[in-house]
Write a protein that binds this ligand. Structure first.
Ligand code: NAD
Length: 435
């Protein structure tokens, strides 16, 4: 049987980006940066330097389509900066990718890596194409030519891509192969998010959900809550939500509600998460018809009388109205951008501890870093070692963000940005600017 893989299959691991205002993504990133810059009283020159991408690459990608036509696609790679190390960030394929969006996402990767102390700078790539209308062969040729065009940009010491929207393990395998062909040696540290057999890391698929579990436990500790006394509701039962629910249950929490796109499922006596997972797997990855629970709406789930809510489905779920009705003590953002800015203010006023996405779902990029380290050593860690090191990093990142929020008397979200911008700015001052 030849190697067959559905190249459209959902990527299980992404180097996440924030939800950006499609009208003006760069400005929406800058709003967060500006608050941190103001608190830190950044020098205007440093401010300008830190918000300007250090390199922007735009390339034409000719591809022979299956019908013999030649089509030219536009591709980008933006290196926001390499102050803390080689740049790191995903590549997205989508018809509406813009250079502004890629610039904003590259900057966001700089802050995200800094929050978890991963020694990388920020980068991001994009190709304007519609992968759903392209065959596997066309996607492979597009990926290979994009890689060849970026041969002087990518590299284990320079810039390390990963999967993002509409790219996955297979895309990373093609990049690895093309880069290695040009380098005349196998260079698997050039990308992360690879298949395990090509140098991917153990624990990678669970890394984001595991990180959510670690920071949620750390938050409980700060609030003097014991996991065994806590009830949890999780929205989203995919890669992030199901792992977070499973691991929180293993820690003694009572998971009373879960939800996927088909609705919420509630059982006040607690749900058997493993059983629900088995049910979902056998039921085309949905919980539809799950009989061990009462069906509720997404809104009911988010506003249940529980200790912790984990939004791990998609963006913009916690609106102002929902925020007013949220009864949880902790909101742990597994998803990117699940809370609208106006809702954020309400949660803060109510004294609810919101663990921001930039911290809560950083487990993915952390294990990406581990993957790169293992590739460079040529020595592979056990799952246990990956998990222990991930837990340690996430725990420390939570404590650092928490302390920053206390020092500046700001919510954790702003604390995370202050911490990240301060780290990068301090490193820059130490290196000095070659100007
Ligand atoms: P996934 O596709 O594996 O799962 C998404 C889940 O959400 C599914 O259970 C789906 O049914 C459910 N869902 C979809 N729409 C919904 C809705 N309207 N209401 C309720 N549930 C809904 O995705 P994932 O990888 O788990 O990612 C979830 C979120 O976490 C996204 O915001 C993603 O950007 C973010 N994230 C993922 C990773 C990662 O490593 N996978 C890393 C960082 C951030």
């Amino acid at each position: 049987m030849p190697f067959k893989r559905n190249v459209y299959e959902r990527a299980v691991y992404k180097e996440p980006g924030p939800v950006l205002d499609r009208e003006n993504p760069f400005e929406s990133m800058m709003k967060r940066f500006d608050i941190a810059a103001e608190i830190l009283d950044l020098d205007p020159g440093l401010y300008e330097y830190l918000c300007t991408p250090s390199r922007v690459h735009i390339t034409a990608i000719p591809v022979t389509m299956d019908d013999g036509r030649l089509k030219v696609f536009e591709g980008y790679r933006v290196i926001h900066n390499e102050i803390l190390g080689p740049s790191k960030g995903g590549i997205r394929y989508a018809p509406d990718v813009t250079l502004d969006e890629v610039k904003a996402l590259a900057a966001w990767m700089t802050w995200k890596c800094a929050v978890v102390d991963v020694p990388f700078g920020g980068g991001k790539g994009g190709v304007v194409c519609n992968p759903r209308e392209m065959s596997p062969g066309e996607l492979e040729r597009l990926t290979r030519r994009y890689t060849a065009n970026m041969i002087d940009v990518f590299g284990p010491d320079r810039d390390i891509p990963a999967p993002d929207m509409n790219t996955n393990e297979q895309t990373m395998a093609w990049i690895l192969d093309t880069y290695s062909m040009h380098a005349r040696r196998t260079e698997n540290a050039v990308v992360t998010g690879k298949p395990i057999m090509l140098g991917g890391s153990q624990g990678r698929k669970e890394a984001t959900g595991r990180g959510v579990m670690t920071v949620t436990l750390a938050a409980m500790e700060r609030l003097n809550l014991r996991p065994s006394n806590c009830t949890v509701a999780v929205q989203g039962f995919g890669n992030v939500g199901s792992v977070a629910a499973k691991l929180l249950a293993e820690q003694g929490c009572k998971v009373v509600a879960i939800a996927d796109v088909t609705g919420g499922y509630y059982n006040e006596n607690g749900l058997d998460v493993l059983h629900a997972l088995e049910y979902s797997r056998a039921n085309q990855n949905t919980l539809e018809g799950y009989s061990e629970a009462t069906k509720i709406t997404q809104e009911e789930l988010l506003t249940l009388d529980v200790d912790v809510v984990v939004p791990a489905a998609k963006e913009n779920q916690i609106t102002e109205e929902i925020a007013r009705n949220i009864r949880a003590k902790i909101v742990s953002e597994g998803a990117n951008g699940p809370t609208l800015p106006e809702a954020d203010d309400i949660l803060n006023e109510k004294g609810i501890l919101v663990i921001p996405d930039i911290l809560a779902n950083a487990g993915g990029v952390t294990v990406s870093y581990f993957e790169w380290v293992q590739n460079r050593h040529g020595y592979y860690w056990t799952l246990d070692r990956v998990n222990r090191r991930l837990d340690r990093i996430m725990r420390k990142a939570f404590d650092d963000v928490y302390n920053a929020s206390q020092t500046y008397n700001v919510p954790l979200r702003i604390g995370a940005y202050v911490l990240a911008v301060d780290k990068v700015a301090s490193a820059l001052r130490m290196r000095g600017i070659y100007a």
